[in-house]
Design a binder for this molecule. Structure first.
Ligand SMILES: Cc1cc2nc3c(=O)[nH]c(=O)nc-3n(C[C@H](O)[C@H](O)[C@H](O)COP(=O)(O)OP(=O)(O)OC[C@H]3O[C@@H](n4cnc5c(N)ncnc54)[C@H](O)[C@@H]3O)c2cc1C
Length: 254
């Protein structure tokens, strides 16, 4: 490991939301610059070498610590190692944040459609926290529609905070559960994120030509939502995507 390329961060807090979802906050040894929506590359080194992956930053740049929302991939290379971390433990963070999945200001659209699955909400939380702290973060007249889906409601992670943000900001929030039979107490919207895109985007007047769309998380949701938005006239340059992983070949056609 080349120490000039990494910060040694310290885990300050961890919250487990379910057996395979958790959030963590990291204290950096020096200020870390990033834009809401960008990711940091986290690494852990052991006898078998350096193991690193990109993770979208949940916190806003104004916060003193970096926050992340993780899903455990039981046979994965990095998440089982991250899963063992507790407050006080060290994590390596590549010195520069990366990524182009940020609010698109070039196209001049006032309407931004955000679509996410589970941990894919991370960049949107960063954007919304930034907007709540600084109303000037987005141009006047900006409206956001966030469609966030999980299999069950305990996968949302940030539901309570998002509801508070929706009460303060010009944000319409749709939380949806795609396996309601496994979450019988859930009273809200049902269905996969992509199945709800047209319904809510049309109702809110988020039409092609005046809307930028951002799709984040599961590759299948992104492929499906992109197809739906493209067929309803959204131009390629108005569709932004952050694909979290590549499906193994056997799972991809389903
Ligand atoms: C820009 C970017 C931002 C990301 N942000 C986040 C984030 O905020 N939170 C987060 O948890 N992850 C995020 N990811 C995914 C993350 O980088 C890792 O790919 C993921 O944590 C799995 O790493 P791993 O080493 O444990 O598994 P790997 O060894 O990389 O993967 C093992 C196998 O599991 C599959 N797989 C990987 N991830 C998943 C998954 N989530 N569900 C089902 N199968 C999977 C892979 O296809 C592979 O076949 C992001 C990815 C990118 C590209």
């Amino acid at each position: 490991m080349d120490p000039s390329k990494y910060h040694a961060a310290t885990v300050t807090a961890r919250q487990d939301l379910s057996p395979d979802l958790w959030t963590m906050r990291l204290r950096m040894p020096e200020p870390f610059t990033f834009k809401p929506g960008q990711y940091a590359t986290l690494g852990l080194e052991d006898d078998s070498g350096m193991h690193e992956r990109p993770y979208s930053i949940v916190s806003s740049p104004a916060e003193a610590e970096l926050e992340f929302f993780f899903e455990l991939v039981p046979h994965g290379e990095v998440t089982p190692r991250l899963y063992k971390l507790q407050p006080g433990d060290a994590v390596l963070v590549r010195k520069s944040a990366k990524g182009l999945f940020v609010l698109d200001r070039k196209r001049g659209h006032k309407q931004h459609l955000l679509v996410s699955t589970v941990t894919g909400v991370a960049p949107f939380v960063s954007m919304l926290r930034s907007w709540a702290r600084d109303p000037g973060w987005a141009p006047e007249g900006t409206r956001l529609l966030l469609i966030h889906a999980g299999s069950r409601s305990w996968e949302f992670g940030y539901a309570a905070e998002l509801q508070e943000l929706a009460a303060k900001l010009p944000l319409e929030l749709v939380l949806s559960v795609s396996r309601p039979w496994e979450d019988t107490a859930w009273q809200g919207e049902r269905g996969r994120a992509e199945d709800l895109v047209r319904k809510y985007a049309d109702a809110a007047g988020f039409h092609a030509g005046s809307t930028s769309a951002y799709l984040c998380g599961h590759p299948q949701m992104i492929e499906n939502a992109k197809g739906i938005l493209t067929r309803s006239g959204h131009a390629k340059q108005d569709l932004h995507e952050e694909i979290y992983f590549i499906l193994p070949k056997a799972a991809s056609g389903s």
